[in-house]
Design a protein around this ligand. Sequence first.
Ligand code: PEP
Length: 477
Amino acid sequence: SPHLSTTPARRLYFVDSTVPAASPAPVASWAPTSWRECTAHQQPNWPDSDAHQAVVDRLSTMPPLVFAGEARELTDQLAAVARGEAFLLQAGDCAESFETSADSIRDRLRVILQMAVVLTYYTGVPVVKVGRIAGQFAKPRSSDTEMVDGVELPSFRGHIINDIGFSESDRLPDPERLMTAYNRAAATLNLLRAFTKGGFASLTSVHQWNREFIADSPAGQRYEAMADEIDRAIQFMKACGITGDTLADLRQVDFYTSHEALLLGYEEALTREDSLTGGWYDCSAHMLWIGERTRQLGGAHVEFLRGVNNPIGCKVGPTATADELLALCDALDPYRRPGRLTFVTRMGANKVADLRPPLLSGVSDAGPQPVWPCDPMPGNPFATDDGHKTRHFEDVLAEVSGFFAAHRFAGTNPGGVHLELTGDDVTECLGGGAEVLTEDLSSRYETMCDPRLNGSQSVDLAFRLAELLRATSDLGA
Ligand code: PEP
């Protein structure tokens, strides 16, 4: 089937039994430093390049944050997504803050787990969970400077580079921030590992994940009813004598980390040769992606990421052509390894239907079978009269809906979604079940960069996505 198959939900490593484990492939004339010979867009101007190099040298002696074997495991799971046997949920903050509290990290994980349960329950397909978390500290900007009340200063580029405050010293790139980013990523990852393996993520806790402010919303009430059904199913399994390993499996989830590999000095410093396979891995996260603004062929970002063996994402905006994407496939995945390459399309609701069919079939007819998730966030921004940058829930949904339709037309697999969200009760995007109105935006507009879906909008979106998936595939037939 060109769409998600009716394979029942099961542990992904069983789904993958027909595909050999992703193993490193030789990469022609590449070194962790070879990107330095190419043009690197979106890099800060470090005021003191020696100080920057000193931090990079220190970072290159620090322990890796992830293990190469985990990146290979994620590649295998993404291969299942490419085959239509699983769905990718990649989600998290637009730009993480160094000040993020433990509660906020837990709540972001919680809302992703809630969304994954909704999707799994209603589609019967495993959900591969990848956070924009534990390293999403750098942001590409459309302008190098920002003007406020006649004062022009360098743009905020994420906490790994400078601060959001609007003064000269706040906006000066500070290389010590690279080390802070590494330490924050390590602490966040440690907490995520504890939560996902230590019982918090247990399916027996589905009720507890429903936070107060979500529980009161229409999506929260719908979620509560589903959680009752899951509880009853677990009780039923226990009453039937299903215990031991099968129930123990419900206590833990696999959760992976990802971020935009924007700051190449940082990524190079965390790139290590795997002693088991001899391949190079960027050990700052399990999955790295190339942004829409840095995906130039021959550019430094493509050059760097073609040599690391992690699963790689690449954002694809409305100007992309099938030939461009095929050239990116040749550069980033010349051996066509299943699960290696993910094209995250971010077209905008009114462009998705027109542009997707030639792109999708242009790539897949030529051979490559990348994972195709939809990022419905960057293509749908607008500013309100009082200057809030926002997005409307209905536009987000319209892009996802057009994305499913385009895949149906092309006969390719809609692989998942990529979202900017938070578990906090913010008011940054309009609409959703517990409707956020224009006049609500200023009450809790907390993002450091672009507007994110709040907890109840995210759970609402998961239900709407599940409905779309069931309607546009042979699922549940
Ligand atoms: C992002 O996802 O943070 C981002 C900047 O997206 P894009 O590269 O698609 O604009």
